[in-house]
Design a protein around this ligand. Structure first.
Ligand code: SPV
Ligand code: MG
Length: 542
């Protein structure tokens, strides 16, 4: 329902309704979440939040700007405390026009002179506007409004300025005739006598609005009994704000610590919630395509590493520095550069020593008696719709990951076809593929058929070596999870590595694609590798 209509309904529904002050987007949202059906855009509070006086020191455009944030943050109507309309009838027309453009439901104007002073500061000395002039302002506002239900509330300041009931009624009646949708009768007394007297005489000629700031101890039932249409709780958000902020500032200053206040203040996540941060994350998934919001990386780093006793006494292999940066940091930086920010490290040996920023660490507690797939099983939650799985001891040139992410395949493994790699006598993770690397410039469509260490396969020479990097996305993710689930139920699962998983994917009828590369990577298996790694990292931008 349009906000103007909501406000009109509050005034006309025949019940006593309540609205609460707000002074910015956040307080407006909090008012709505508390259950209020409307918001009072208090001039006092809007000025006070900027530490300026309620004397039109805040310009009307600054007021309208603040209201826009409040309106954007909420779905309930805002009744602006529009002071005197910020000028004459012409200023009033422009105000109404601008308020409607910002979806503000109504404005209350008071019969004082611009620049006004708050009613509770030397009220008696305040001069009232000439009745006819004020009626002209109301009429101009009503004529200017586009939507029928936009509300103009006329505020009678006769009691504030020291006049009696007769003058208050005379003004109220004139404003009603001029077209006001409701009359706000204000009083600075600590008892409700003036407004109750007025309401008796007013006798429901049109909706009556009150602001019980000074006569706050009056039971609300009394307002109901006097047919008050709308009660404005006019400044209690800004006042509670001030009290809370003063206490917090004092506590932090005096203790030089945050310890005492941490439990007393809203959490940072509560701020995020009020700002609607979740919605942005969802929207990024749809619109910010280049950021790979769904992509994740899983780094297998549970083992200690063989033959590096001293170097891995207090840390796992991935935390050994290579040319000034740990192997893990090098990998994480590459992932982040690709927009992959969801990075999980599966740790085991000395897991507490893994502390690279930007990673989540999960621990394979059985790292000593289990292998890679058991580690992967510890990171099931991290397997997203687009997951890169990588060995933690891998150094590689940036383009290898870039190409991996550019390739449009559901399952993709990186295979090094360089003869040098094959000739080194290292028979780990040899790969047999549907075709050898043709070294052509164009992408070959090749799938992997078998990965194994030691021994041959089918009497054929291997086509290369799997480097310990794969990507599973979309349907490939489900296929990978299915294969992992099957292997989990098999005897020997604790000894299985990622090659067994790839082979099972092939056995299940899937075709993991091969991205052939030629060198430009290394893994660190011993001290000799480590010595080479420094040169590799420095020379190859790895
Ligand atoms: C305001 O909230 O700014 C008001 C109400 O105008 S009062 O402060 O009571 O005048
Ligand atoms: Mg005001």
């Amino acid at each position: 329902m349009k906000k103007t209509t909501q406000l009109k309904n509050l005034l006309l529904c025949g019940e006593t309704e309540f609205i609460l002050e707000a002074h910015n987007g956040l307080s407006a949202k909090i008012v709505e979440e508390a259950g209020f059906k409307g918001i009072w855009g208090s001039g006092l509070a809007l000025s006070a939040q900027h530490a300026v006086r309620d004397n039109n020191e805040l310009s009307w455009t600054q007021v309208v700007e603040a209201l826009e944030f409040m309106s954007d943050a909420t779905s309930i109507p805002i009744l602006l405390d529009g002071d005197t309309g910020y000028g004459d009838f012409n200023n009033m027309r422009r105000l109404v026009c601008k308020l409607e453009q910002r979806d503000i439901a109504g404005v209350c104007i008071e019969d004082k002179l611009f620049p006004k002073t708050n009613s509770f500061i030397q009220g008696e000395q305040q001069e009232l506007e000439d009745i006819d002039t004020f009626c002209g302002k109301i009429q101009a506002g009503k004529d200017a409004q586009q939507h029928d239900d936009f509300c103009i509330v006329a505020r009678v300041e006769a009691f504030i300025a020291g006049w009696g009931l007769e003058e208050a009624l005379r003004r109220g009646e004139a404003y009603r005739r001029a077209g006001a949708d409701a009359i706000l009768i204000h009083s600075k007394l600590s008892r409700p006598d003036e407004v109750l007297e007025f309401s008796r005489e007013w006798d429901n000629r049109c909706p009556l609005v009150i602001v019980p700031t000074k006569y706050y101890s009056t039971p609300t039932e009394v307002f109901r009994d006097h047919d008050v249409s709308l009660v404005i709780w006019a400044n209690h958000m800004i006042r509670s704000n001030i009290t809370a902020m003063q206490a917090t500032a004092r506590a932090i200053h005096d203790s030089e610590s945050l310890l005492d206040v941490e439990g007393q203040v809203a959490t940072v996540s509560e701020i995020f919630r009020l700002q609607g941060a979740d919605e942005l994350l969802e929207a990024e998934k749809i619109y910010a395509r280049s950021a790979r919001p769904d992509a994740s990386a899983i780094i297998l780093a549970a083992s200690r590493g063989q033959g590096m006793d001293e170097l891995t006494r207090d840390r796992p292999k991935v935390m050994i520095p290579v040319a000034g940066k740990t192997v893990l940091r090098r990998q994480v930086d590459k992932f982040k550069a690709q927009g992959i920010n969801n990075i999980t490290v599966v740790a085991g040996y000395r897991s507490e020593a893994i502390n690279e920023q930007g990673t989540a660490v999960v621990v394979n507690e059985d790292w000593q008696s289990s292998d890679e797939l058991a580690s992967l099983g510890c990171a099931l939650d991290a397997i997203s719709d687009d997951t890169v799985l990588i060995y933690g001891d891998l150094l590689f040139r940036t383009y290898i990951l870039n190409n991996l992410m550019d390739w449009d395949a559901d399952l993709l493994v990186v295979v090094d076809s360089s003869p040098l790699e094959l000739a080194q006598g290292n028979s780990n993770d040899l790969a047999w593929c549907s075709a050898p690397d043709d070294r052509a410039m164009y992408q070959q469509r090749v799938s992997v058929e078998q990965i194994r260490s030691q021994g041959g396969w089918g009497g054929r020479a291997a086509d290369g070596r799997w480097i310990g990097m794969l990507r599973a996305r979309a349907a490939g993710r489900d296929q990978l999870l299915e294969a992992l689930g099957q292997l989990r139920n098999e005897e020997g699962f604790t000894r299985f590595g990622v090659p067994e998983l790839i082979n099972r994917l092939v056995e299940n009828g899937h075709s993991p694609q091969v991205q052939y590369i030629s060198g430009h990577w290394m893994d660190i298996n011993n001290l000799e590798d480590l010595q080479r790694a420094g040169d590799f990292a420095r020379s190859q931008g790895s």
